[in-house]
Unconditional design. Structure first.
Length: 338
């Protein structure tokens, strides 16, 4: 039975978190990977890859005073920022290993991003605010605070585009060249709670995943409305599972991760599934492509989507895997052979 925990035969990362994995983030400069977890930790590995052979070496870890919900890197890959249920965000310079508090909220911090272009850290919270913090000074006060109508449930950003999904199923779109002003606000194209959101690499739109096994492909500019569509995924006959995470590949294709224990690669332009992967015995809470798209990291851990009665401590192993991506798995169908 043990082999079934890794049906895709991917590289398993040693010293995985001791509780559910909430986020996986790659450095923008090197193959360093961090994971945030409900065990209050942020862990960092150096991943080495040669063809299909992948190994991961644990490098360091830090702890919060509560579960970690989000993490991000500085543009130069020297620092990790993380936030979570202790209502604080920390900066962790990997060279010194000494984290310090850089942001505070009145409720847990669900999303975190660092914008090199602005020199700013942005945190989104269940206290219904987005806050911007000056990366050069930490006086405990935000450079700007934006009051929202509801809690931040998901966010993604690729400068100058930022998109925020809130608890009332609204999608807030920002032009980060004017970060304090809402560029556009739309009702979610999906009927159920927003779970994850990811910007297209070309910044023209975003993919939104919901708890109801559905993904919406949506463009920012109204003139592209004809290209908008939604599709069903992470479903097993009549059983419907949450889409927990979406990660875009540099090619513009993307991966979805679901509570059904599967991850899939998709091509939005040809509206096709490029590659289904074998189902794991537990949900996949998060997944992420590295900087060049040659590696895809994903976690396996119980996400409580079926409640406490489905929690089995004997089976609830928390794992992080790294898949060596083959070009034919992820390349846009229309560009193959070119």
């Amino acid at each position: 039975m043990a082999s079934n925990t890794n049906p895709n035969r991917d590289a398993e990362v040693p010293h995985a978190p001791n509780d559910g994995v909430s986020c996986l983030e790659w450095s923008p400069k090197t193959n360093y990977l961090v994971a945030g977890s409900w065990d209050n930790s942020v862990r960092c590995w150096e991943v080495q890859a040669s063809g299909q052979s992948v190994t991961a070496i644990p490098r360091a870890s830090i702890n919060h005073e509560g579960p970690v919900l989000c993490a991000t890197w500085s543009g130069d890959g020297s620092k990790v920022f993380s936030g979570g249920c202790d209502n604080k965000a920390r900066v962790w310079p990997l060279s010194t290993g000494q984290p310090s508090i850089v942001a505070t909220h009145a409720a847990p911090i669900k999303t975190i991003f660092f914008f090199e272009e602005l020199g700013m850290l942005c945190t989104g919270s269940w206290d219904k605010t987005l806050k911007y913090w000056d990366g050069r000074q930490s006086n405990g006060q935000p450079a700007a605070s934006i009051q929202l109508a509801e809690r931040v449930y998901c966010m993604d950003a690729m400068y100058p585009l930022a998109v925020v999904g809130t608890a009332d199923r609204q999608i807030l779109i920002y032009d980060l060249r004017k970060p304090g002003t809402e560029f556009k606000k739309i009702a979610s194209p999906l009927k159920y709670q927003s779970r994850c959101i990811a910007c297209f690499p070309d910044r023209t739109g975003f993919a939104l995943g919901s708890i109801e096994g559905r993904v919406a492909i949506h463009h920012v500019d109204d003139k592209d409305n004809s290209k908008n569509f939604a599709f069903k995924c992470h479903r097993d006959n009549n059983n419907i599972f949450a889409v927990n995470d979406i990660s875009f590949h540099p090619y513009g294709t993307f991966a979805t991760c679901g509570s059904d224990g599967t991850f899939n690669f998709w091509d939005k332009d040809s509206k096709q599934r490029l590659k289904p992967f074998a189902r794991l015995p537990q949900p996949i809470p998060c997944g992420s492509f590295n900087m060049d798209g040659k590696l895809f990291a994903y976690a396996s851990s119980y996400d409580w989507s079926k409640g406490s009665e489905f929690y089995n401590p004997q089976q609830a192993k928390n794992s992080v895997f790294v898949h060596a991506v083959v070009d034919t798995e992820i390349k846009n169908r229309n560009s193959r052979g070119h």
